[in-house]
Design a protein around this ligand. Structure first.
Ligand code: ADP
Ligand code: MG
Length: 711
């Protein structure tokens, strides 16, 4: 019978409002937080696997089950000749030998029951060689093949059944298989879990408020934990996992929203009042009409700015979707109100680009713009700082240098490419003023909504999901090495008709110096050979900032045709006349990075091209990334693919750190559950969560959130 995963298996008590009394504290020290005991060596092994308490043990659900209900006597299995058989027996003599291929070892034994025997073969299972003993009871699943000396079972999966509780564990016909290690076998884990279930199984308390649990038809926590380890019916373990995933997402969202609430309560923000004449003039002065998505984003921001609660909004938009003008509109609102605004960019290149934008769009309105970066001469910096510290209404634009300035009247803060800034740094800029500023975080690294809601779940989310009209998709192709010369010919052709091109050099992970040198050599090679007819220059992170800025400005002004660069141009650089992007060793870049690079072209009305040169031996994943890039245009689609390719990933991966994260929920497949948990958590926060669910959220995610904030 095929099962529909959306229909939960029947569970006792999913509709029951009558629940066991909720605990008063969380976690209950006697029940869940009790440390695991046992021999020292085993304990060390358990700790290495992150298992410290009884609760850890109970939450570490098996990753698969060996299905004993399909077991057949060996003789019968041989007679039936089925493709897929499951048999149980005792292990015979074990032989291990190397093969002719270096490093490959073969492990052979027999498996016998009362009716017959088969021979078993494994390749390269050192770990198994150490744990398998003659006489052990083993369940094995695989394909039978008639060999020279009898019948062989090519083993697909197997499980030792020698643990103390294995008979009990298998009562439902499903033997749980746990993530084991060399020091702690899955049989040991089965025994420990059985003990824990026997000791506290029916007393495991439930932090999820009863009405939510009943609304979503989820079993009690104690039933979910028990069924997750020892399902008695088909599908039970799935319902159990879903229940635990919901709880996990609810607690995470709750922890994030409570954290946000705590920040909001520390300091209120100044409400800016409705947009006035200056805002109108800004809008009227734009050389284009805003897209509907930009209008929506702006409306959301305008509403935020009216409140006395500080805006904490993440503005996500695909590369080239036009986030900058939206941010500028927010800056204008602050100045219009007589306050100060700041726009902080992660690099000098980007900060300068924003400065040029501000000179075009803000200064004509009479708005003072103060640029601050490490490269501004000290004397000039002091003058600008003094204006800022005097509380003059103005727009400050810059890099981290802004962090060393006090803004007495900072009302709007925009942080561009926010994932590049530590949150601690953001907090620092925000702390100078009396009232908290309204903060808009922008990112052009499209993050799947599911990931955004988790990693940045304390921010409100606005997505610009539309490109300005008239943009043509960038034609993307993987260029075989044999056609390299054609690629250069194409660049020359494009330059002839007035366009410009980027050539991005391979990533060199070992050192930025080597990478920079390689870029310079490549620029010299191209200038001397294939691109001799056009103007070539080089930009990389090791140049003195002034030199790099000079090159970037010359490129922006059209005085350079081809810019050979490292990934300094990855984020945000905006030269609409550039129509060709060449990426060398493209398969070695991440998908998000490739998308960013491609986003440097296709910013004007002209047809643009992205030529991907693969490295000599791309990995299968690398080739897959290039393929995805050729086939997909949307950064959000690519981000989804990236998420799927990298597995569920770690929440903190986004924030570039590395603590642990979700145990049960999967960002890819549990999206609806996540949205529900998000809504439920928001309601709980509005209505005031009770102490138990609050403490459970803190216990489960307090540390993670603290780490996110530090990242
Ligand atoms: P990103 O979202 O990647 O930061 P930008 O804000 O740099 O994108 O905008 C990309 C380009 O599109 C810029 O040259 C900008 O002037 C232009 N642009 C922005 N909004 C519009 C619009 N509504 N119509 C036409 N062009 C626009
Ligand atoms: Mg940008």
């Amino acid at each position: 019978m095929r099962e529909n995963p959306d229909v939960p298996a029947p569970f006792p008590g999913v509709d029951a409002l009558a629940s066991p009394p909720r605990p008063r504290t969380w976690p209950d020290p006697a029940l869940l937080a009790a440390p695991i005991g046992g021999p020292k060596r085993r304990l060390e092994g358990l700790h290495a696997m992150g298992l410290h308490t009884r609760s850890d043990l109970l939450e570490a659900l098996p990753f698969r089950f060996e299905d004993l209900r399909r077991v057949r006597p060996i003789a019968e299995a041989i007679l039936a000749g089925d493709a897929d058989v499951t048999v149980i027996g005792r292990v015979g003599a074990i032989r291990e030998r190397p093969t002719r291929r270096r490093g490959l070892r073969i492990l052979q034994t027999t498996l016998s029951d009362e009716t017959g025997s088969v021979s078993l073969t494994w390749f390269n299972q050192r770990h198994l060689a150490r744990t398998l003993e003659p006489g052990a009871r083993l369940v094995a699943r695989g394909t039978l093949k008639r060999g020279a000396h009898g019948v062989d079972l090519a083993v697909r999966s197997h499980e030792l059944l020698d643990g103390p509780g294995d008979e009990e564990s298998a009562a439902g016909g499903l033997v749980p298989v746990y993530h084991a290690s060399a020091r702690v076998s899955t049989a040991v884990l089965r025994g420990l879990v059985d003990d824990a279930l026997r000791d506290v199984g029916d007393r495991i308390p439930d932090p999820v408020p009863v009405d939510l649990r009943v609304r979503h038809r989820l079993p009690l926590r104690r039933d979910a934990i028990t069924a997750g380890h020892r399902p008695r019916r088909q599908g039970e373990q799935r319902t159990a996992r879903r229940r635990l995933a919901y709880e996990e997402l609810l607690l995470l969202q709750l922890a994030l929203l409570l954290h946000r609430d705590a920040i909001d309560q520390r300091a209120g923000a100044v409400p800016l009042g409705p947009p006035g004449g200056l805002s109108e003039r800004f809008r009227a002065g734009l050389p284009f009409a805003l897209t509907a998505a930009q209008e929506r984003a702006l409306a959301a921001i305008d509403r935020d700015l009216d409140r006395d609660r500080p805006m904490q909004r993440l503005l996500e938009g695909d590369v080239g979707s036009g986030k900058t003008v939206v941010a500028f509109a927010a800056l204008v609102r602050a100045v219009e109100h007589g306050g100060q605004a700041a726009l902080m960019a992660p690099t000098e290149v980007l900060a300068l680009q924003h400065l040029r934008g501000a000179e075009r769009l803000l200064e004509p309105l009479g708005i003072e713009v103060a640029y601050l970066s490490g490269d501004v001469p000290e004397r000039e910096r002091r003058v600008r700082r003094a204006r800022i510290e005097a509380g003059e209404p103005l727009v400050a634009i810059g890099t981290h240098a802004l962090l060393h300035t006090d803004f007495p009247r900072l009302e709007v803060l925009v942080v561009d490419e926010q994932h590049r800034f530590g949150v601690a740094q953001r907090a620092r800029l925000a702390a100078g003023a009396g009232a908290a500023p309204h903060v808009l975080h922008m990112t052009a690294t499209p993050i799947p909504r599911s990931l955004a809601l988790t990693a940045f779940g304390d921010l409100d989310l606005t997505v610009i999901d539309e490109l300005p009209p008239g943009r043509q998709p960038v034609r993307t192709s993987v260029v075989p090495e044999a056609k390299r010369a054609d690629g250069y010919a194409w660049i020359v052709e494009q330059v002839r008709v007035g366009r410009q091109a980027y050539v991005v050099c391979p990533l060199v992970e070992e050192s930025a110096e080597v990478e920079a040198r390689a870029a310079e050599e490549e620029a010299a090679r191209l200038a001397a050979g294939p691109l001799a007819q056009v103007r070539v220059a080089c930009a990389h992170g090791q140049q003195p900032a002034a030199e790099r800025q000079r090159v970037m400005a010359a490129f922006a002004a059209g005085e350079i045709d081809v810019l050979v660069a490292t990934t300094v141009i990855e984020v945000g650089v905006d030269v609409p006349n550039a129509t060709v992007m060449v990426v060398e060793d493209a398969d070695r870049f991440g998908l998000a990075q490739l998308h960013q690079l491609r986003g440097r072209v296709g910013r004007g009305a002209e047809q643009s091209y992205c030529l991907l040169y693969a490295s000599a031996e791309p990995t299968p994943e690398g080739a897959q990334r290039l393929d995805a890039l050729v086939r997909h245009r949307s950064g959000f689609e690519l981000a989804e693919i990236d998420l799927a390719m990298r597995g569920e990933g770690r929440l903190l991966g986004v924030a570039q750190s590395g603590a642990s994260d979700l145990r049960h929920a999967r960002l890819n497949s549990d999206r609806r559950l996540l949205e529900r948990a998000r809504e439920d958590a928001a309601r709980l926060v509005r209505e005031g969560p009770d102490d138990v669910v609050r403490a459970a959220a803190e216990a489960r995610f307090g540390e993670l959130i603290a780490a996110l904030r530090r990242a």
